[in-house]
Design a protein around this ligand. Structure first.
Ligand SMILES: Cc1ncc(COP(=O)(O)O)c(C=O)c1O
Length: 396
């Protein structure tokens, strides 16, 4: 064995000595906006032209009438649910594999989460919706996750048939398309996040996009209490605008890189990327989710596999915890036994997005890292059993 072949977790040299690429990038156009804001004092203003412009730009991007800015994607999900009229005692259907805060947002309203299973793409299984429906069903909350997409045309047809509202969470993929439309516009409310790791970032922040003035009015009435309870600042709005200007180019670059990576991954057993099975879809890549099978890695646990890749400077993380696994059963209703969501809880891994802007060199490094770990999987497994590495954090 050459020392250059030894995985970093076993003492070899990391493939990426400087670690994974940082995020956000130091964009000159953001620096320009910050300098300008410092000069004209807008950095300290409650409201101003940038907030106005951002609302207009988000509405335009989604082809809708309204955009409401707020302090996070988590706040935006709650506002979206309130905007479509969810009230205490109502039921909201969501996937049992989803971002934890989405479940908590339903509870925050006093509504009841109804969990349905996911499909092999890791997305809400629309075939389960009918079994979840009761007279109390008020809304379905559909999140596009980990580089694959929910079948929104199917959600919309079903929801319209039963007069159920749709909240579409595009926090992980602004600017994506599904069923020939911009993602977020199949919902009565579309949800965006501008959190620190997100494709569009202001450190924190979120937005709700919608067509209906009624949805907007419900949000306004909830949020405005003499003051806005979950505001986005003028400075945050200012730094988001130049990022939106380059979003479609960045999305294109990430998509090209993922398609290259998919080609290489066919030669690596035990790691199968999620794939969208909806027609006319162009997913976004905040994360690329993959099914991990420890059997093809000498029984190396998913957590230790992620730790080994992280030692190489490649940012793989375990996916979300499934919602039925981390909440008391009295807090939700489940449809069936949720086998796919349980499998996702144990088997999904996600690659964090910044490396996707590096193109082919990044792909080749990922593949070298995977091959290294695969060749030494048994040793990594045994060493991690003897001396457990720090476990990788749960992914956002
Ligand atoms: C699918 C999804 N929805 C909602 C959120 C919440 O966004 P925020 O972190 O801005 O609160 C996230 C955050 O990662 C997410 O992935």
């Amino acid at each position: 064995m050459t020392s250059s072949d030894l995985p970093a977790i076993l003492g070899g040299t990391p493939l990426r000595t400087a670690g994974p690429p940082g995020w956000p990038r130091p964009l000159p156009e953001v620096l320009e906006v910050l300098t300008q804001a410092m000069q004209d004092g807008r950095w300290g203003h409650y409201e101003g032209p940038h907030g106005e412009q951002l609302r207009a730009r988000l509405a335009e991007l989604h082809g809708v009438e309204h955009a409401w800015l707020c302090s996070s994607g988590t706040a935006a999900v709650e506002l979206g649910l309130r905007g479509v009229g969810v009230q205490p005692g109502d039921e909201v259907i969501l996937a049992a594999y989803d971002f934890k805060a989405n479940f908590q947002d339903v509870l925050a309203i006093g509504a009841i989460p109804v969990l349905v299973d996911i499909n092999v793409s890791g997305q809400l299984d629309t075939d389960q919706l009918e079994a979840a429906r009761t007279p109390q069903t008020k809304a379905v909350l559909a999140s596009h996750l980990h580089g694959a997409m929910v079948d929104m045309p199917a959600v919309r047809v079903w929801a319209d048939k039963h007069t159920i509202a749709v909240v579409e969470d595009v926090c992980q993929m602004p600017g994506a398309r599904v069923g020939g439309r911009v993602a977020g516009t199949w919902g009565d409310a579309g949800i965006l996040s501008f959190g620190g790791s997100k494709l569009l970032t202001a450190g924190r922040g979120g937005a709700v996009v919608c067509r209906s003035p009624q949805v907007l009015e419900r949000i306004r009435r909830f949020v405005l209490r003499g003051n806005d309870v979950s505001p986005l600042t003028e400075l945050q709005a200012a730094i988001l605008l130049p990022q939106i200007a380059r979003l479609s180019d960045d999305n294109r670059q990430r998509t090209e890189t993922v398609s290259l990576l998919r080609g290489h991954l066919t030669a690596i057993p035990g790691l199968v990327p999620l794939r969208t099975d909806v027609t006319d879809a162009e997913p976004g890549y905040y994360k690329l989710g993959c099914w991990y099978d420890p059997q093809d890695w000498q029984g190396l646990s998913r957590e230790h596999w992620c730790a080994a890749l992280q030692h190489e400077g490649i940012a793989f993380f375990p996916g979300f915890r499934a919602l039925h696994k981390i909440h008391a059963p009295r807090r939700f209703r489940a449809v069936g036994t949720l086998p796919q969501a349980t499998r996702a809880d144990e088997r999904l891994v996600v690659l964090h997005h910044p490396i996707l802007l590096e193109g082919e060199p990044g792909v080749l490094q990922i593949c070298r890292g995977l091959q290294r770990i695969q060749r030494h999987a048994a040793e990594v497994r045994d060493q991690c059993a003897r001396r457990p590495p720090g476990l990788p954090a749960e992914s956002l």
